[in-house]
Design a protein around this ligand. Sequence first.
Ligand SMILES: Cc1cc2nc3c(=O)[nH]c(=O)nc-3n(C[C@H](O)[C@H](O)[C@H](O)COP(=O)(O)O)c2cc1C
Length: 337
Amino acid sequence: MVRVGNVIIEGDVALSPMAGISDSPYRQITKRFGSAFSYTEFVSTEQLKLGNAKSLDMFRFVEMERPIVFQIFGSDLDTVVNASEIAAEQKPDIIDLNMGCSVSKVSHNGSGAGLLKNIRLAGKMIEGIRNRTNLPVTAKIRLGWDANSLNYLETLKVLEDSGVSAISVHGRTKAMAYTGIADWNAIGEIKSRANVPIYGNGDVQSYKEALEKKKTYGVDLVLIGRKAIGNPWVFGKTPKQFFPWYQIKDVILEHLDLMLNFYPTSDDYALILFRKHFIKYIENIGFPEDTKRLLLSVASVNEFKDTLEFVKMDSTILETSELNNENINCETFVSLV
Ligand SMILES: Cc1cc2nc3c(=O)[nH]c(=O)nc-3n(C[C@H](O)[C@H](O)[C@H](O)COP(=O)(O)O)c2cc1C
């Protein structure tokens, strides 16, 4: 159990925020599979200020997702604090400040990981959001801008002094983006100095590994990102490869239906959005290539569902090789305006 301000979080592992992935439909699926809480995709405070409907919509959620954390990003103090008030109207449990996004358009503008270069401003944002919303405020950080500016212990101190209620740490620098390997020793060092809960994050492949990381590095919770795409089983004890195809198929259909309900359009645009999840659901399970190609090209939901129904797979051919995550990053599924 983790206490974040007045919010109690039960569980050891949660879905890491991912733009283009951690929307309400997938948060509902992962919560049901054991994710300890729900973290929205990052939402621009500039866009919230402008009343952008698409941005506001990214905060839509259902009650079963609670505890729900709204993640925001921005570089201007007033804009961030004012936007947090707009966000708070939708009654999240916690607001999180993104201090980790490495994408140039975000970080070179002073927001996301750009705040690692201006941690006092980040501290003022946290204080401002707290005062304005009365909600617990958390932050998601990296270890520093680059290897020559590893300021994570200073960041911890400044954020704690600003009243932060918990910190998620992705064990890489902004310069590393998604290359190399996450430095869990640094995450452990932060935990050993912290007075607030610390969530460790980076390269975790399985539930078992998450529990090992928790034990070894003492973190309060572990976030899983890339390995959770198309793989909600990562939040439970039994890995995906031990489930028969018909059960994987049922989850694929459940997820698709949630997306169709959440993004209703006459041309079933949700199916196109769903493709990135679908590719990951069927990766490394021996799914027939020709059927995969067909399913990724159909535009009709009925055709998609009918075709999927006819796929026959012997569960003994399921492969157990690890997903290759190297080429996925926060720019993969979003075009930032
Ligand atoms: C497609 C994608 C989108 C992401 N979007 C966000 C985001 O909106 N907010 C955020 O804090 N981190 C974001 N991240 C970073 C992840 O939350 C996580 O910190 C990172 O992927 C490392 O964890 P992993 O090794 O388990 O994937 C994103 C990562 C990916 C791959």
